[in-house]
Ligand binder design. Structure first.
Ligand code: ZN
Length: 90
């Protein structure tokens, strides 16, 4: 039983790191194709709003936690990404 708890904690930690490094993944509904088959035609995927990517469960919460309390290197990384996306790093 104790071994099971340790395994669950380890898996949780691995998943948390995965969330922080890769918060988005391919949309499971349209498999990244951005539209879903509907009868003979295809229609835009509602789940990812046609981006083909969705946030992993818990990733928004994990990033909020990190932003508020945790590791400075992850915070810097997030800040760099936001700066790169918006073009504010000049
Ligand atoms: Zn989708």
């Amino acid at each position: 039983m104790t071994r099971f708890i340790v395994a669950a904690l380890v898996l949780g930690a691995v998943y948390l790191v995965l969330l922080l490094v890769h918060p988005v993944h391919r949309c499971p509904s349209c498999k990244g194709r951005r539209s879903v088959a509907h009868g003979k035609s295809r229609r835009p995927c509602k789940r990812c709003k046609t981006t083909g990517r969705t946030y992993r469960p818990g990733s928004i919460m994990a990033h909020r936690l990190v932003r508020d309390h945790a590791f400075p290197w992850i915070r810097d990384r997030i800040r760099d990404r936001i700066a790169a996306r918006t073009g504010d790093d000049r």
